[in-house]
Design a protein. Structure first.
Length: 94
């Protein structure tokens, strides 16, 4: 059995990127629903305790070769962008 070539590996990465994009979309849909509930209940969008719990859980769940700081930075960015959408939802998207 031969090892994959560069083109095959890039195709694999492209497929994974598309899966990540789909999962980000699903995550954002859930975040927007949470935002709707928070608005109705008068709850603040930013909850630093919840954010810390999420980040700690993800860091503790990571697998090698992912470094803790990589997981934390990536998800801090995802959470930050999600919070922005939650605070300023858009009905049509680009």
């Amino acid at each position: 059995m031969s090892s994959p070539d560069l083109a095959q590996l890039r195709e694999t990465i492209d497929r994974i990127d598309n899966q990540i994009l789909d999962l980000l979309h699903q995550r954002l849909e859930a975040v927007l629903q949470v935002g709707d509930i928070k608005r109705v209940e008068g709850v603040q969008v930013y909850d630093p305790n919840r954010e810390r719990e999420v980040l700690d859980r993800l860091v503790n769940s990571r697998k090698q070769p992912l470094r803790a700081e990589t997981v934390r930075r990536v998800f801090e960015r995802i959470i930050d962008e999600s919070r922005s959408h939650e605070q300023h939802p858009v009905s049509t998207g680009t």
